[in-house]
Write a protein that binds this ligand. Structure first.
Ligand code: AHM
Ligand code: MG
Length: 359
């Protein structure tokens, strides 16, 4: 081992002391996820070489059935969580129903994992960063078989959350509620090594990330916020820079490091937004809050939402605290209750430096 390098495994064991009653189960669960991530990383990296990108059901030159990477990633994470023994239910974005893990080693398992195995997978065809997002809860029920009720917990109940970004380098970033740490995969030793200790998101940012092609479908609050981002104002360093990959992990990872906001709002076409509360929004919100940022629906904190369905979608505004707060203010004024839309709004609009209409 190279002197001075701290691997994810070493770090996890060291941090186990933060949880006085921990018996190592959570550490082993994180280790299982990291192992699957390395396998998925290998396939993502060689995807172009082996033509793994073909449609499901087609046959490759070796006569093997092709699997798309998102299907492959889903299988790898489920397999790792099944053999690891610490997880009783996996809920994955790829499956309609929860998966009960009933292997003999999992009989006393008390953790629930919600996972988006390969987010932004439409980007794999074009060699752009994709990611895995995961969220870990403790089951609430004491005995018997864990159920959907154990999965539908508020984001505040997460015991850990993280993402893996398969990019120009591969990183695993996670939190257990005591700050955020990032590990870069060193391919020469096959280990995630601590590279970004105690990550903090800049409170003020200058990047905004949103699919602006949907502009006509956005609520007025979002339209007004975008105009705010685009207006020239030297004092607040506007106009801000627009950056959108279309891969949530990539966009949020960049904004976490540089400062910025990522928005996927409701649209007239997707009235609940696009992104899933359990697999995407809650874990990202936990990480970003732990790094000093903020995550909301525009009106309420993401982590406070009581889930009602497994694949529930919510709008999300996530990133640097001051940017999210400004967007929330715009949502409250322009998309909130109509009684707020009065003469006072115009005055606030002027204060914000917005000139002209929103269309
Ligand atoms: P997916 O889970 O089907 O990959 O969708 C989630 C992705 C996010 O990573 C990304 O930010 C967003 O969808 C992009 O959506 P759009 O193409 O509508 O901008
Ligand atoms: Mg996704």
């Amino acid at each position: 081992m190279v002197c001075g390098v701290k691997t994810l495994g070493q770090f996890i064991i060291e941090k186990q002391a933060d949880f006085p009653y921990a018996k190592g189960e959570l550490s082993r669960l994180l280790r299982d996820i990291a192992i699957a991530a390395k396998i998925v990383n290998r396939e993502v990296n060689k995807a172009g070489l082996v033509d793994i990108l073909g449609d499901i059901g087609t046959t490759n030159i070796q006569g093997e059935e092709q699997k798309k990477l998102d299907v492959y990633a889903n299988e790898q994470f489920i397999a790792a969580l099944t053999s690891g023994g610490e997880c009783c239910i996996v809920a994955t974005e790829e499956e309609n129903e929860i998966i009960h893990i009933e292997s003999p080693v999992s009989q006393n398992a008390k953790y629930i994992v919600c996972i988006d195995p390969l987010d932004g997978s439409s980007n794999t065809d074009v060699n752009v960063a994709v990611g895995t997002i995961f969220s870990i809860y403790r089951r609430k029920s004491i005995d018997g078989k864990a159920s959907l009720t154990d999965v539908l917990q508020k984001g505040t109940q997460q015991v850990a959350a993280g993402y893996i970004i398969y990019g120009s380098s591969t990183m695993l970033v996670y939190t257990t509620g005591k700050g955020v740490n990032g590990f870069t995969l060193d391919p020469s030793i096959g280990e995630f090594c601590l590279s970004h200790a105690e990550m903090k998101m800049p409170e003020v940012g200058y990047l905004y990330s949103i699919n602006e092609g949907n502009y006509v479908h956005f609520p007025d609050g979002v339209k007004k916020y975008l105009k705010y981002c685009q207006v020239e104002d030297d004092a607040t360093n506007r106009p801000y820079t627009s950056r959108y990959i279309g891969s949530m992990v990539g966009d949020i990872h960049r904004n976490l490091i540089k400062g910025g906001i990522y928005i996927y709002p409701t649209t007239s076409k997707s009235p609940s937004g696009k992104l899933r509360l359990l697999y995407e929004c809650n874990p990202m919100a936990f990480i970003i809050e732990q790094a000093g940022g903020k995550a909301s629906t525009g009106f309420e904190r993401i982590l406070d939402i009581e889930p009602t369905e497994l694949h529930q979608r919510v709008p999300i505004f996530i990133g640097s605290k001051t940017m999210v707060e400004k967007a929330e203010e715009m949502m409250m004024i322009y998309t909130g209750a109509p009684k707020i839309l009065n003469g006072k709004v115009e005055a606030q609009l002027e204060n914000l430096g917005i000139v002209g209409g929103i269309d």
